[in-house]
Ligand binder design. Structure first.
Ligand code: ATP
Ligand code: SKM
Ligand code: MG
Length: 178
């Protein structure tokens, strides 16, 4: 797999809670890549949590930080990059994402809701109706996510390990120029 990828980065995109961070760490271990999480880098750069950035600086500034971080990481190779759920919403981010292979992790809303039920770290979900909020975000973002090179549909019972294996099995079908 490492030979096939030739150092090309993998960008995991998809809705919050789908498992980009969880699966990304496993993928990195499996193929000997480094793992990077854009949300984690943003909190390091800003010196505060994502909730604090949204509350104190607003979403626009968060998106700017997210783009800055993405621009930095895409100059490296051999990375698995778990992105934030909204990274696809900024058109110019696509010029960075297209430096690598883009993998869309896609799971139905009930699965996302179940996973995020007890979570308070995603500011966009701190809503009186998180289900409607997720549906609305997915409706806006689906056409964007679908620009990925690889679309992985996740079943409710699939473990992170199984999803990582599934991704690695599917990559040879979509390697650019192969
Ligand atoms: N395949 C899976 N089966 C069961 N639980 C999972 C699976 N993948 C992830 N989870 C759990 O779902 C939650 C959300 O996962 P994770 O943080 O990896 O999502 P994410 O896509 O990175 O979200 P965000 O866009 O907000 O960063 C975590 O509690 C994680 O342990
Ligand atoms: O879907 C989104 O817009 C977000 C997802 C998270 O990964 C974080 O990037 C942040 O909470 C925003
Ligand atoms: Mg994540």
């Amino acid at each position: 797999m490492t030979n096939l990828l030739k150092g090309v980065n993998l960008y995991l995109i998809g809705m919050m809670g789908v498992g980009k961070t969880t699966v990304g760490k496993l993928l990195a271990e499996k193929i000997g890549y480094r793992f990077i999480d854009t949300d984690e880098l943003i909190t390091k750069v800003a010196g505060k949590s994502i909730n604090e950035i949204f509350a104190q600086n607003g979403e626009t500034e968060f998106r700017q930080l997210e783009s800055n971080v993405l621009a930095q990481v895409c100059s490296y190779t051999k990375l698995i990059i778990a992105t934030g759920g909204g990274i696809v919403t900024q058109q110019y981010n696509w010029s960075y994402l297209h430096h690598g292979l883009i993998v869309w992790l896609d799971a139905p809303i009930p699965i996302l809701l179940e996973r995020l039920a007890e979570d308070h770290t995603r500011p966009l979900l701190q809503d009186s109706d998180p289900e409607a909020k997720l549906r609305n975000l997915l409706e806006q973002r689906q056409p964007l996510y679908s620009q990925a090179d690889l679309h992985i549909t996740i079943q409710a019972t699939e473990t992170p390990e199984e999803i990582a294996t599934h991704i690695l099995k599917t990559i040879p079908n979509v390697i650019k120029g192969e």
